[in-house]
Design a protein around this ligand. Structure first.
Ligand code: SF4
Ligand code: SF4
Length: 129
């Protein structure tokens, strides 16, 4: 079974929050995140460039928020990016997802945004019922 993530037509959280994490997640420290994409925010923490100001937008966010987006460093993104669940994607409400979407004029997600696709074999069976 598979679903299409509503995140691919959103991106609001990448353009709403400061995305900060310990510097140990950077490549120079053995982590994944490219160093040139972060800035130091405390002696032990860095943030994705573009996310610290009053009008945040991560430097790695590609596309138009609310239309079509992608993360330019998807495989190298930090833990906070990996840990941020779209509301209801794991069966639980995430008010921070709602807040980011609202800031960009997008309605909150609901469980119905995750339709379960019927595998082809099951769909064939269903068609013959
Ligand atoms: S690194 Fe990617 S997932 Fe993380 S905030 Fe930036 S664009 Fe979003
Ligand atoms: S705000 Fe929610 S729906 Fe939008 S990209 Fe982030 S996690 Fe996905």
């Amino acid at each position: 079974m598979s679903t299409i993530s509503p995140c691919v037509s959103c991106g609001a959280c990448c353009a709403h929050f400061r995305v900060s994490f310990h510097w140990i997640e950077c490549q120079g420290s053995g982590g994944r995140v490219p160093e040139d994409l972060v800035e130091l925010v405390t002696p032990s923490r860095v943030a994705m460039k573009g996310t610290c100001g009053s009008n945040p937008r991560c430097v790695s966010l590609q596309g138009a928020v609310g239309a079509s987006v992608a993360c330019a460093i998807y495989e190298q993104r930090s833990d906070p990016c990996r840990d941020f669940d779209a509301s209801w994607s794991a069966g639980e409400h995430n008010p921070r997802c709602d807040a980011a979407r609202a800031a960009h004029g997008l309605l909150p997600l609901t469980p119905s945004d995750y339709p379960t696709l019927i595998p082809l074999s099951d769909a064939s069976l269903a068609a013959h019922d």
